[in-house]
Design a protein around this ligand. Structure first.
Ligand code: TRP
Ligand code: SF4
Length: 406
């Protein structure tokens, strides 16, 4: 979609639940993507500790233990606090306030039909998830996103429905509260602030869209608004809404930025995931990494060294797909099928590559662990910035909902 979004199109927001150690699956599936995004956008990355509580309210210890480790691992892989704002969700109470305000206008049925609601209850049978907090999980996520008026939300496939819900809630909010009583007058005044030439162009484009449904005119008008430097954000929101005959857009609709599903295989051939107990964590010791890889299963047909094998039936091959160049892949294919190489021989370059990948990460993690004050400062600083950004949104939200009395 090429639509220019009102609000903060260049702002990215994403969170991660602190429910255990980060592993190679997180690194290849999520963090490498964050590393790229932080150079391109204004990024907000946070530890979603409240979200972790929705499923782990009975054993909060793992959350407590994971929060700071998560921040250390983010920094260790290269997330840069000078470029991205890093914070902990529960330190920014504006998320909770927006959650409660949005809960007033969100039909229960919208939450019940989010696919993860039923799926997770089935998958996590051992936990009692018939709670109010768990039903509200995606709405809390909406509050996370909308608190920053984020334009882009990098998520995996399973979370797209949550961004979709966010869009619906934002739309409903704007519909209910975006219509100020003197709306038309304010819009007219805002148009004048653009200067004669731009004001004329805006009016023409708006007419073209409103009277003839000219989508191109709508796009052009949005781009025109994006470029305006001299009008306040409130006026800009008003004019975005006015273009389509609606009211002021207080909470812009975000877009999901679909993160390619992680190709990182686990030690057993399934996707790497803590719940399958098949992970290599980012802090795993050299010995432990070597041992886990040496003992991981291979093609069961290769009982003896002299038995030829088939890489397609071997989880080690999946690691070669991630880590090896064409030449080495060819060496595996030929060597395996002809029994020219043994399985340990085949695994050795993987062990070397994984260790080489983890080495600088672990060195940096060790540095940060020796200096906990730096970590606390990074979060204190990020939290302050996050609070300010969220408070700006909440000020508008409170006013729009009639809570602006002083
Ligand atoms: N629900 C997300 C997950 O499990 C984590 C999350 C919480 C999140 N709030 C968010 C992701 C806001 C993106 C935006 O992965
Ligand atoms: Fe798997 Fe390599 Fe052994 Fe073939 S040689 S079965 S690809 S570990």
């Amino acid at each position: 979609m090429s639509t220019v979004l009102p609000g903060q199109p260049m702002r990215v927001l994403s969170g991660m639940r602190p429910t255990g150690r980060l592993h190679l699956g997180h690194y290849h599936g999520v963090l490498k993507n964050w590393l790229k995004l932080q150079t391109e956008y204004e990024c907000y990355f946070f530890v979603a500790d409240w979200h972790a509580l929705t499923t782990h309210y009975e054993d909060t210890r793992v959350i407590e233990e994971s929060v700071w480790d998560m921040v250390v691992d983010w920094l260790a892989v290269g997330i840069d606090p000078n470029s991205a704002t890093l914070f902990i969700q529960s330190r920014v109470p504006q998320h909770a306030e927006l959650h409660v305000l949005l809960s007033m206008i969100t039909p229960v049925s919208w939450l019940e039909r989010v696919p993860t609601y039923k799926d997770q209850q089935i998958q996590l049978q051992e936990r009692d998830l018939s709670t109010y907090g768990f039903l509200g999980y995606p709405l809390l996520q909406s509050a996370d996103i909308l608190s920053y008026r984020a334009g882009l939300v990098p998520v995996g496939e399973d979370q797209v429905a949550h961004v979709e819900l966010t869009r619906e809630v934002a739309r409903r909010f704007n519909h209910l509260y975006g219509r100020e009583p003197d709306y038309e007058i304010r819009a007219e005044e805002a148009i004048k602030k653009m200067g004669k030439k731009n004001a004329k162009l805006y009016r023409e484009l708006r007419t073209a869209y409103m009277e003839r449904g000219d989508r191109e005119a709508l796009e052009t008008a949005r781009a025109l608004l994006e470029r305006q430097k001299n009008i306040a954000l409130g006026d800009k929101d008003r004019l975005f809404g006015f273009l389509e005959g609606g009211g002021k857009i207080i909470l812009p609709e975000p877009q999901a930025l679909l993160t390619q599903a992680s190709k990182m295989p686990g030690l057993d051939g399934r996707k790497m995931s803590k719940s399958y107990d098949n992970v290599i964590s980012l802090r795993e010791s050299t010995d432990e990494v070597a041992k886990k890889l040496r003992t991981m299963p291979t093609d069961p047909a290769r009982v003896h060294r002299s038995d030829p094998g088939n890489p397609d039936k071997c989880p080690v091959w999946d690691f070669h797909v991630v880590y090896s160049d064409a030449e080495r892949k060819d060496w595996v294919q030929k060597g395996c099928r002809s029994a020219g190489i043994g399985c340990l021989e085949c695994k050795q370059p993987i062990i070397d590559t994984v260790l080489a990948e983890l080495k600088p990460i672990q060195e940096r993690a060790a540095e940060f662990l020796r200096d906990p004050l730096t970590i606390k400062n990074v979060i204190a600083d990020g939290t302050k910035r996050a609070q300010e950004a969220a408070e700006a949104t909440l000020t508008d939200v409170r006013a729009a909902m009639g809570l602006g009395y002083s």
